[in-house]
Ligand binder design. Structure first.
Ligand code: UT7
Length: 337
């Protein structure tokens, strides 16, 4: 028996607290640094982002993931007990041990599932969905919950103006299900890459097993993200374009024939450059980074969810999603909704 995988539901969730560009500018002024709403809008396209209050148990990574998962289950018409696999994509887990997917499993009481985390940074949702597809195609899984969720605000140095303007918190989820091979609503093709020679472009040096967080390292912000933004920008444009083209070519399709492009939301100028190279007009591109910033593994599922719920993405339409992130990791995925 041959199976294909289909996305049948999506969901998203964000914390309450909005942090505007002006709020950030004010904070930075207090430590003698400058930025402005205009600079951030012009260079990134971001206007505001949501920041979790991690003291509030409703805004932890797995709690945001729980809300997104419940919304996705509802859209798919499924119950937690229907899930047989949970793939939780995050690089800002609730805890290093155990996996955040296990915290989520307990919250939604998915008693028939097995859960795991994957860390592909901002590409996590695309990686997770492709892993789900492989389990489904082999007949091993039937109903997979894929979550992309982050509370990266905990890993931001709020005194580094090249980083603190970019990131926000949030969660997105999708239900990926087994379908008969005849179904046209399915995941069509995909392409994954990584380049481990580029690890230093975006990394958190301390807090893993090779460097504990000592008071001195804490003072030097080594437990926070360090980033070479200018270099990532260039690599991102090249890699996103390549992953998109490889995914489309496998299907023998042309980009301008596709209905929607849902890229990773890191910087509007990156998105415009890639859309331009692929021949997508910007009215076919789903954008949510103006309101949420870069939510890493959550950008694609939250943008997808928004466009499905507001009726832009219609059943039968083709959608190309495309992500890059720390690692460097990247992946394209083409599906028919
Ligand atoms: O999921 C992956 C996560 N990371 C990314 O996607 C990062 C991708 N890169 C970017 O988004 C952009 O490179 C940034 C938004 C980080 C920076 O924008 P840019 O246009 O590449 O600026 P730049 O680094 O070339 O810096 C231009 C100037 C510099 O000043 P000088 O050297 O020309 O005097 C920076 O110091 O802008 C300055 N600058 C700022 N000015 C005001 C850097 N950040 C700020 C700021 N406000 N927040």
């Amino acid at each position: 028996m041959h199976y294909v995988a289909r996305i049948t539901g999506t969901g998203s969730a964000f914390p309450e607290n909005r942090l505007t560009n002006d709020d950030i500018a004010l904070r930075l002024t207090q430590v003698g640094l400058e930025t402005s709403d205009q600079w951030i809008r012009d260079r990134t396209g971001i206007v505001e982002r949501r920041i979790s209050n991690v003291e509030n148990s409703a805004e932890t990574n797995s709690s945001l993931g729980e809300r997104a998962a419940r919304n996705a289950l509802e859209m798919a018409g499924r119950k937690p007990d229907d899930i047989d696999q949970i793939i939780y994509a995050t690089c800002s887990p609730d805890t290093l041990i155990p996996a955040t997917g296990c915290w989520l499993q307990s919250k939604i009481r998915a008693r028939n599932a097995w859960a795991m985390d994957i860390n592909a940074a901002c590409s996590g949702f695309v990686y997770g969905t492709i892993i789900a597809e492989q389990f489904i195609r082999t007949g091993r899984s039937k109903t997979v919950l894929v979550v992309g969720a982050e509370v990266l605000s905990q890993f931001v140095n709020w005194h580094d103006r090249t980083i603190c303007i970019l990131f926000g918190d949030g969660a997105g989820a999708a239900i990926v299900e087994r379908e008969s091979a005849k179904s046209s609503q399915r995941i069509i093709s995909s392409h994954l890459v990584s380049d481990g020679t580029l690890t230093e472009l975006l990394h958190v040096p301390a807090g893993g097993s090779n460097m504990e967080v000592t008071p001195d390292r804490y003072e030097r912000n080594l437990n926070k993200m360090q980033m070479n933004g200018r270099e990532i920008f260039k690599v991102a444009v090249r890699t996103l374009t390549e992953c998109a083209l490889r995914s489309i070519e496998q299907w023998g399709m042309r980009a301008d024939r596709l209905d929607w492009f849902v890229p990773h939301q890191a910087n509007l100028r990156i998105i415009e450059a890639v859309a331009n190279r692929l021949g997508f007009s910007m009215d076919k591109v789903v954008i949510n980074l103006d309101r949420y910033g870069n939510t890493s593994a959550a950008t694609i599922p939250t943008a997808l969810d928004e466009a499905i719920r507001d009726g832009r993405i219609q059943p039968g339409q083709t959608v190309l999603v495309d992500a890059f992130g720390a690692g460097l990791t990247a992946g394209g995925l083409l599906f028919r909704w």
